[in-house]
Design a protein around this ligand. Structure first.
Ligand code: NIG
Ligand code: FE
Length: 442
């Protein structure tokens, strides 16, 4: 074997997630492909070799740089398969309502919650939205997230939805994290459409058509929930989006068992997200239809303390599970997938191996990129996390701090010693002038 590489990482403990096709289901989610004395070679942004030191010894090597990982754990870059990244403002004022026991859906029906972020996002400029998202993306990257799915849905009208989606598209070129865009036009019913939800869905289908022709999103999503959009409305919207070419996602059965999980199975959606209240039949049907369940334990921890039935999904239904932050200013104001990994252990009773699979290989399939990212395997993109520890279980066990040592994105070192390499990510250039200097030092 002849190997030409820009970088050779040696003395690493690899979790490769390599081999086979498709997301890992059920018990197979525990196969992370550990290699104790591992090496990874990168060239032109891709992995050209990931395997044992012994296998490499037989190769004829032409390597520019060698870096000794000191026995640390090396995994694929983390993939956050469900976020509401681009939005304006925050909702810390709702914390006291939550602590008084006011339910999430009641805050929404009183015009707060999602609708308050909608008002803030409608009045924000593109540079303001960009500046706020750049701060979040920096946190994400420093915590090991190299690809992020980002939903619209704080517009609820044409102008603001397009504004959010344009910002998402532009962010791809402003910093290293790769963004995957989802159109979530029907995220809430604007108050002026009360009793006219049929008309709102019609308008969102028209907008989905425009968004698709502008190339601004590749997935379509809807909030299928009691008091938001019904199963029938979700079916109509998602079927129209599928006919336009979109891949399908659903916020389903997050709070009430409405039947969105069954709908995801019927439509063979790519993912069904939340599923906290889903029926066992719904979970079984979704798993059997090959729908990936994207579980969001940060939202459970923050809102209700009720968690999705992850063990049923994996042990009984033989389903594929991915994990994501759901990062948004209401139900989960945290960008850290590492924190979500801890919640997945305690709240979803997932093992460290299942958790890693759910934030790498399975999350890659959940964003339609399973054949490109999510593994350490020759031919896959060189997105890598080097962790401070050699022990995978240390990550969900020791929670609330950052365990990243290095991050590589497309073969480029972007985080070293846990910090972003300066010059790669420059919010200064887009920060609105009214922000003071403390907010500028991001
Ligand atoms: O996934 N449930 C609907 N949407 C988001 C929350 C959005 C918000 O509260 O602003 C979620 O939890
Ligand atoms: Fe969400």
């Amino acid at each position: 074997m002849r190997l030409k590489a820009d970088l050779l990482i040696t003395h690493a403990k690899l979790a490769t997630l390599a081999g086979g096709t498709g997301p890992r289901r059920g018990l197979a989610m525990r196969q992370v492909g550990f290699i104790d004395k591992g090496v990874v070679a990168l060239a032109a942004g891709k992995i050209v070799f990931a395997g044992t030191e012994t296998d490499l010894q037989s190769a004829e090597l032409e390597v520019q740089t060698v870096w000794d990982a000191g026995g640390r754990l090396v995994t694929p870059g983390l993939i956050d398969a469900h976020t509401h990244l681009v939005h304006a403002g925050s909702r810390e004022k709702e914390l006291s309502l939550k602590l008084q026991g006011v339910p999430y859906l009641d805050i929404l029906s009183q015009g707060g919650g999602i609708l308050s972020t909608v008002r803030a996002t409608q009045s924000a400029t593109e540079p303001q939205l960009t500046a706020q998202a750049l701060v979040s993306l920096r946190h994400m990257l420093e915590h090991g997230t190299t690809t992020v799915e980002a939903k619209s849905g704080y517009g609820l009208n044409r102008t603001t939805e397009l504004k959010q989606l344009r910002v998402t598209q532009a962010l791809n070129g402003l910093q290293p994290v790769e963004l995957v865009s989802t159109f979530l036009g029907p995220h809430a019913l604007p108050p002026e459409y009360r009793d006219r939800s049929h008309q709102f869905i019609d308008e969102m289908i028209t907008l989905a058509d425009e968004v698709w022709s502008l190339g601004l999103a590749e997935f379509a999503d809807i909030f299928c929930e009691r008091g938001v959009f019904s199963v029938a409305e979700s079916r109509r919207y998602l079927t129209a989006c599928r006919n336009l070419g979109y891949g399908l996602k659903l916020h389903a059965d997050e709070i009430d068992a409405l039947g969105g999980t069954e709908l995801a199975a019927e439509l063979q959606a790519l993912t069904v997200d939340h599923v906290v209240a889903a029926s066992l039949d719904g979970l079984r049907a979704a798993a059997a239809a090959g729908v990936i369940a994207v579980l969001l334990p940060g939202t459970s921890w923050n809102l209700s303390g009720s968690y999705a039935k992850a063990r049923f999904l994996m042990d009984v239904a033989d389903g594929a599970v991915a994990l994501a932050t759901d990062y948004n200013p209401g139900s989960c104001p945290s960008e850290s997938l590492q924190l979500i990994m801890a919640f997945a252990a305690n709240g979803l009773h997932m093992t460290p191996e299942e958790i890693l699979t759910a934030v790498t290989r399975n999350a890659a399939y959940a964003v339609g990129r399973g054949e490109k990212i999510g593994r350490l395997e020759a031919g896959w993109q060189a997105d890598l996390c080097v962790w401070e520890t050699p022990e995978l279980a240390f990550l969900p066990y020791h929670f609330g701090v950052n365990h990243i040592h290095r991050v590589y994105k497309r073969g480029v070192l972007v985080v070293a010693d846990g910090h972003l390499i300066s010059g790669l990510h420059n919010p200064e250039s887009v920060l609105p002038s009214h922000l003071d200097s403390s907010q500028r030092s991001v």
